[in-house]
Unconditional design. Sequence first.
Length: 278
Amino acid sequence: KQGTEADGIAFYSQDMNQGMHERMRIESGLRQALGNGELLLHYQPKFCIDDGSIIGAEALVRWQHPERGMVPPAEFIPLAEATGLVVQLGEWVLEQACAQAQAWKRAGLRPIRLAVNVSAREFTQALPARVQETLRRHGLEPQWLELEITESTLMHNIDRVIGIMDRITALGVKLSLDDFGTGYSSLSYLKRFPIDTLKIDRSFTMGIPQDTNDCAIASTIISIAQQLNHRVIAEGVETEDQLAFLKGAGCNEVQGYLYSKPLPAHEFELALRGKWRV
Ligand code: C2E
Ligand code: CA
Ligand code: CA
Ligand code: CA
């Protein structure tokens, strides 16, 4: 006899076990990776749209797994967020980014603003003091640090979140709103957020110029940013057509494969020194 209800259930729960097993395997692997130097940061330059100069960089975490090779963040960040491990991961990223920024400064490189991604779970009352302490320890001036936060961070307790944002910006650290337009934070709140920059998500950039809706959304985000006195950057810029459209619409900065992929620290340094054209 085959295909009974009981078989189906047994089969289903075996699947679930495998899924859970896989998650636990990745989680313990990631916990170890944090301690044994398997994590590293790559840096994707951000460019001024007017003169094409590098004005900043976004730090993006990479996991160099001894057997699996380079594991992309899409495969472990969501899990780290679900388990809370993202808090320790975030501490490591901030530490590493500040150390790198300071090392570049000491090496006499032109100062640039370094952006770090911060998950909703890291955005707690403890964050401002941790940021302040990390900057102090590395002797890094706050204006060279930027935190990229997503709309999901803003969806929880709005007054509490604004309080944390205010304390971070009071330090002199910049805030930007990542993946803008993909969540659903209300426009009425936008004016209350002490943010410096709106970041147009790649899902909109991708449709430029052929998709009229994406063009309309990108233009609208740019004009909202202008009206609210924020800067605006587009991520995922891959073509000259996209660049031309964004320039025409008044976008301030661009980031994407058209200019450069995320780079290992030493390659980013060469790009910044201008010895290597990206
Ligand atoms: P994100 O913050 O939206 O970062 C942009 C992603 O787009 C990066 O993927 C980047 O490599 C990729 N990208 C940049 N330009 C282009 C382009 O022109 N074309 C295409 N196709 N892709 C482009 P990545 O590095 O795989 O990171 C994926 C996501 O993982 C990030 O999305 C961010 O949400 C998360 N993430 C990465 N590093 C960290 C981190 O240190 N902390 C936290 N909390 N999240 C991180
Ligand atoms: Ca980001
Ligand atoms: Ca994005
Ligand atoms: Ca993001």
